[in-house]
Design a protein around this ligand. Structure first.
Ligand code: NAD
Length: 353
């Protein structure tokens, strides 16, 4: 499908297709908006079933980055990229370099970083070709893997939600179902367990589940059963679009708060969560820690105290979203969208003035 006519196009500034058959590269780089600054967002590598599926993913993720960066108070716009291919078999240094040349040709309109299928070592390879990447493992201003900071933000968000929805200041004995035990999910589990929470976990990777059971005393369930787990918090930390009309009806939790991008299949699912009395922390707000970490590197000087300050500000913003949703009766996802849109609109006005 042509990007212009795609239902998720939403006024994107540009959509660039990068192709290098010599190294097997097929990639799409989407820039949604640069109203707040150069676009920044991760590069995802996945074995998409079709180019249309990849286009849909990159457009939704790129728009999400505009909103995420706005809510994180960053001078960055929204963009994202996808490389089509199985990272386990198709990823080579030559392919990463070809992708990095495509990023470089955009001349700084877009900064790439890690996402699913792309790690800090891959960013290191890209960084030999272009300076428009961040999340490097080494070098001056290197910010490294953003996942631990994302996990810290999600942990702080869960604490906030527990305070708001359950009236509890601590997490002792709070039951959390974590879907996905990857870079963010496992790190989140460790933080939750250290705070006294009890864990229910699921992952398609048996080894990750076994590790959570052995190290953290987690209760393992299947990737389907995780939706029914009787818990206080459901924390999606795997793929997107997992909250559908059907799965929302199955949830047995009071709070949904996790790292995954684009958790809601559509906006109506936010209303459905609200109708069921489930507090949903909008994904692109609670998971903003990673891009804050990346932004410190893009700014040219990695300062951990700046990152922590921004993270605390993000939690204040998250609390404002929950408070405003309570007052207005609107679902939290709609409140967050409106807040982000106000920030983007005022940046556009400042640019025009
Ligand atoms: P990851 O690839 O390291 O981990 C994802 C995990 O989910 C893997 O262990 C995978 O096996 C598991 N998984 C896949 N399908 C599953 C299923 N159906 N049920 C249960 N588990 C399943 O990725 P990550 O970096 O930990 O990111 C997790 C999510 O958070 C993604 O949606 C990502 O876009 C989002 N996110 C990540 C960051 C970051 O800093 N890494 C920042 C913001 C948002």
């Amino acid at each position: 499908m042509c990007a212009f006519h795609h239902p998720s196009f939403d006024g994107h500034e540009s959509v660039t297709y990068a192709h290098d058959p010599a190294v097997g590269l097929t990639a799409i780089i989407a820039i949604h908006s640069r109203a707040l600054g150069p676009a920044a967002g991760g590069c995802r590598m996945a074995a998409y079933p079709s180019t249309d599926a990849a286009l849909n993913d990159v457009l939704r993720l790129s728009r999400g980055m505009t909103y995420k960066n706005a809510m994180a108070g960053l001078a960055l716009g929204g963009g994202k990229s996808v490389i089509i291919g199985d990272p386990a078999t198709a990823k080579t240094p030559a392919l990463l370099e070809a992708y990095a040349r495509a990023v470089d040709r955009l001349g700084g309109a877009y900064y790439a970083a890690e996402d699913m299928g792309i790690g800090a070592q891959d960013v290191h390879v890209m960084g030999k070709v272009t300076r428009f990447v961040a999340g490097r493992p080494e070098g001056s201003a290197a910010s490294g893997d953003p996942s631990p900071v994302t996990a810290r933000g999600v942990f702080l968000g869960i604490r906030l939600a527990v305070r708001r929805a359950l009236g509890r200041d601590d997490l002792a004995g709070i039951r959390v179902a974590v879907q996905g035990l990857g870079n963010v999910g496992f790190s989140l589990c460790r933080k939750l367990r250290a705070a006294g929470a009890d864990l229910v976990v699921a992952d398609v990777r048996r080894a990750a589940v076994d590790a959570a059971v052995a190290e953290l005393g987690a209760i393992p369930v299947s990737t389907d059963e995780i939706f029914d787990a009787a818990v206080d918090v459901f924390a999606p930390c795997a793929g997107g679009a997992i909250l559908t009309g059907q799965t929302v009806g199955r949830l047995n939790a009071r709070i949904v708060a996790g790292a995954a991008n684009n958790q809601l299949l559509d906006d109506a699912c936010g209303q459905a969560l609200r109708d069921r009395g489930i507090l949903y922390l909008p994904d692109y707000v609670i998971n903003g820690g990673g891009i804050i970490n990346v932004a410190a590197e893009i700014a040219g000087r990695y300062d951990p105290s700046w990152v922590e300050h921004k993270l605390q500000r993000l939690m204040t913003t998250l609390d404002e979203v929950v408070g405003e949703a309570g007052r207005s009766g609107l679902p939290t996802n709609i409140v967050a969208d409106r807040m982000a849109e106000r920030r983007i609109a005022s940046a556009r006005q400042r640019q025009a003035a």
